[in-house]
Ligand binder design. Structure first.
Ligand code: HEM
Length: 442
């Protein structure tokens, strides 16, 4: 059986496909939500330039997709639109076995011991950001969080310490991220598949700037004897070896640095903005997190972050592509079908979460998140490799913030998600809050 589909009459299907693409650009995820309510949790979307697309909002089918063999559902092709920005050498867009080989090399800097070393950096960066925020007028937390997370990621990847060095190293990556988030990227992907718009001057320019910046840094790390190398992620990548003893080439390291900078920055910043909005509107929850900030516990804070990610996963979709004919539940999909998992809708499935639209952090105190009903980090072999890093970063930032300041909302209305089709769903008003330091009240 074929999945239910939006109408696309044969003779004029490109016209309809173009209009559907445009409609997503304007209506974004809320529009997809309406389609799912009309057609059911599996719906075919004939979008021009993307080939057959099937959107999935069902947790059981999400489990089937996430656990499928990687030669049956392709992970790299599934996130194909990212390739233009991340580069074709990025592990993010590689298929197996290369993807796993590279993923293993990238894992140690984002887990365990390495994370603990980042905590003082994150605390100091948060305190320094707070010192720069206005004390009488509101802070636009989305912008503040973007600056702060960029500051942190530049420090942990490159070991940069002075504000000038941090700004110099962060600048081209911020430009690349702006391109990644622009509506131009998905349009260019579709156009490229249709044989048009092959060159992209702005992208080529920023890639040259990144080359000029990063290759000398890699060469410098390679020239320093092992014990004397700085303890930053760049050094760890230069030292990383596969089981057969092979390391990564300069170009592979460059690609992975870009991947970490881009995949981790906007997602974490957006989550911080969402969680700050929720805490500002739920003072009792804010107080409980503050108590943990003082005791050093993290259980409740993590539950708050998990619940925020459930309600507002910053990356609302991820994808896989069928290598051959594929049976998805009751539906047969043809080879080359792009399966798009609607993470935001899966997270709000009423069977998994009673009162799915309300903010109830306690639901994560009694139970660990269900791996296929709570999918802000995706799942399976490609599940976000930075999940532990972002949890450490968000917990540390929130605790540092709440140890010395109170968050109060500017308006009684909670933030709503931005409605335009975008790779990251941000709070539409940018989360404007008053951040009042306790010492200022005394
Ligand atoms: C709240 C923060 C974050 C969210 C919500 C998030 C979400 C995601 C999602 C949905 C995916 C796709 C997974 C899939 O297709 O199954 C992903 C992949 C990825 N993320 Fe994150 N991410 C976050 C933070 C980070 C951070 C901090 C880093 C690194 C510093 C990072 C690095 C990556 C990488 C490298 C991948 C590709 C993994 C692979 O292909 O194996 N992410 N992330």
């Amino acid at each position: 059986m074929r999945p239910p589909s939006l109408p696309a009459p044969k003779l004029v299907s490109p016209l309809f496909g173009g209009l559907y693409g445009l409609a997503y650009g304007i209506g974004g995820q809320p529009l997809v939500g309406r389609l799912v309510r009309t057609y059911g949790p599996v719906v075919a979307l004939p979008v021009l330039g993307y080939g057959p697309v099937v959107a999935v909002a069902d947790p059981a089918l999400a489990k089937q997709v996430f656990t499928a063999r990687p030669d049956v559902l392709l992970g790299g092709e599934g996130v194909g639109p990212a390739a233009a920005i991340y580069g074709r050498r990025s592990m993010f867009v590689q298929e197996e076995p290369e993807h796993l080989r590279r993923r293993k090399l990238l894992t140690p800097p984002l887990h365990g011991q390495a994370l603990r070393a980042y905590v003082p950096i994150i605390e100091a960066a948060t305190r320094s950001a707070m010192a720069s925020w206005p004390d009488r007028s509101p802070v636009r937390m989305l912008d503040a969080a973007r600056d702060l997370t960029l500051d942190v990621i530049v420090q942990v990847i490159f070991g940069a310490q002075t504000p000038t060095e941090i700004a110099r190293l962060g600048k081209p990556f911020a430009t690349l991220l702006d391109l990644a988030l622009s509506i131009e990227t998905p349009i260019r992907y579709a156009a490229r598949r249709l044989g048009a718009l092959r060159s992209w001057t702005a992208l080529a320019k920023v890639n040259r700037e990144i080359d000029e910046l990063i290759f000398p840094l890699i060469a410098e790390r390679r020239s320093i004897e092992l014990p004397d190398r700085p303890g930053d992620i760049l050094s760890m990548l230069v030292d990383a070896r596969c089981e057969d003893g092979h390391g990564m080439s300069d170009k592979e390291i460059r690609a992975d640095v870009i991947t970490l900078m881009l995949a981790g920055h906007e997602t974490t910043a957006t989550t911080l903005a969402w969680v700050v909005d929720l805490l500002a509107h739920h003072p009792a929850v804010q107080e409980r997190v503050r108590v943990e900030a003082d005791t050093g516990e993290t259980e409740y804070t993590e539950a708050v972050i998990n619940e925020t990610l459930r309600l507002h996963p910053p990356a609302p979709i991820t994808g896989r592509m069928t290598a051959g004919r594929y049976q998805l539940g009751d539906y047969t999909l043809q080879a080359g079908t792009r399966i798009v998992l609607l993470l935001d809708l899966i997270n709000r499935d009423p069977q998994t979460y009673p009162e799915p639209d309300t903010f109830q952090p306690d639901r994560f105190l009694t139970a660990r998140p269900n791996p296929y009903g709570w999918v802000p980090f995706g799942g399976g072999l490609k599940r976000c490799i930075g999940a532990a890093f972002s949890m450490c970063e968000l917990t540390t930032m929130l605790h540092t913030l709440l140890r010395s300041a109170e968050l109060r909302p500017v308006s009684n209305r909670q933030e709503s998600p931005s409605t335009r089709g975008a790779p990251v769903i941000v709070p539409s008003g940018g989360t404007r809050v008053h951040v009042t330091a306790f010492s200022r009240q005394n």
